[in-house]
Design a protein around this ligand. Structure first.
Ligand SMILES: NC(=O)c1ccc[n+]([C@@H]2O[C@H](COP(=O)([O-])OP(=O)(O)OC[C@H]3O[C@@H](n4cnc5c(N)ncnc54)[C@H](OP(=O)(O)O)[C@@H]3O)[C@@H](O)[C@H]2O)c1
Length: 315
């Protein structure tokens, strides 16, 4: 599979990333209710089988369980896998040493000596300045425990600041991981997409399927049966589902032309924006296989334009 470089001069990864927030997370995703460890192992194996070797996790996912699962699965394969994890800038972490300690703990759970990408989960700078944080991350790059540094949920201005501090240490800012899908297109208008391009920062698009909405499988009836955090999300209510119907309908229509599913079309559209790697969350092997079918083909220019038009109100 053709790989993509994260930012400038750093790890090469596959053009689709597998999201593992749901791996062990009971709080939002209700792990253990209708999926468990066996499904996750199968999802991991399926990803490698279809050639996807890039996984996104965070120390907070499942309070460490997501990283632990990945550690266990990685032990059973010889394949080269790229792991992106995240540091939580929590209030009790106010010294640069906290970054080193958190990374040590993540690496232990992952059973790795280094990660391809280490990202700051949120732009909280009240307890630790951006200066201290970025310098601690640059130290870890020099130490060899991080191949690339990223941020997440940073505004255009915050991204610029992080980029500048790192640049002074000779370390590029590789990614900004932000919410981006056909139903959440704000990064196109708030300067994030433009600034990322200007700075050579890759966008990792999280919730690229709008947490399952863009698969088209949620209908006004089925939505009420949700047993996880999405049941209080108004987008999954009857009204919410009716509102997105024109987008789903176009995804289906275009999918039929290409022999693809709505989810595959939605992910393909994101990739077509350029400089964007979707992180598609998956709980099963089947979901991984289906999402991997977003690769290896292209929507034509007119189809990309039609999707842009039908989702313009989400900018
Ligand atoms: N940096 C951050 O602040 C942040 C925030 C959120 C997420 N993330 C990252 O982004 C990743 C993805 O985001 P996300 O999980 O919120 O949303 P998502 O990728 O848009 O949706 C994932 C959910 O959609 C359903 N799904 C996925 N593929 C499917 C398929 N082919 N067919 C049918 N259903 C499918 C599954 O749930 P059901 O089967 O239950 O419907 C799955 O759990 C996360 O795992 C995490 O790594 C980062």
């Amino acid at each position: 599979m053709k790989t993509i470089t994260l930012g400038q001069n750093s790890s090469a990864v596959t053009p689709l990333c597998i999201g593992t927030w749901a791996w062990g997370d009971k709080l939002f995703w209700n792990y253990g209710n209708n999926y468990g460890a066996d499904q996750l192992q199968a999802a991991f194996t399926a990803a490698l089988e279809v050639g996807i070797t890039f996984f996104d996790t965070a120390e907070i996912y499942g309070f460490g369980l997501s990283e632990e699962f990945l550690g266990q699965f990685l032990k059973k394969t010889d394949r080269q896998v790229q792991i992106a994890t995240k540091y939580g800038p929590f209030p009790w972490r106010f010294l640069g040493q906290s970054v080193a300690d958190a990374l040590t703990d993540s690496l232990k759970r992952l059973q790795l000596e280094r990660v391809a990408l280490y990202q700051v989960h949120w732009p909280f700078t009240f307890f630790m300045s951006q200066e201290t944080l970025m310098n601690a991350l640059a130290d870890e790059v020099k130490r060899g425990r991080i191949e690339a540094v990223g941020v997440s949920n940073y505004s255009a201005q915050q991204m610029r600041e992080a980029h500048q501090i790192l640049a002074a240490r000779g370390v590029p800012l590789a990614v900004n991981q932000v919410r981006y899908s056909l139903l959440t297109r704000q990064i196109e208008t708030n300067g994030i997409l433009k600034t990322a391009r200007e700075l050579g920062v890759t966008i990792l698009a999280y919730s690229p399927l709008a947490q399952g909405l863009l698969t088209g499988k949620y209908t006004a009836d089925s939505a009420n049966n949700l047993k996880d955090g999405r049941r209080i999300d108004s987008r999954f209510s009857q009204e919410g589902l009716q509102k997105i119907e024109p987008v789903i309908s176009l995804l289906r229509q275009l999918g039929e032309k290409h022999g693809r599913t709505p989810a595959q079309v939605a992910l393909n559209w994101l990739i077509a924006q350029g400089n964007v790697i979707p992180i598609a969350g998956a709980k099963t092997a089947e979901q991984v296989r289906q999402n991997a079918g977003a690769l290896g083909w292209k929507l034509d220019d007119d189809q990309i334009r039609q999707l842009e038009e039908v989702s313009r109100s989400y900018r």
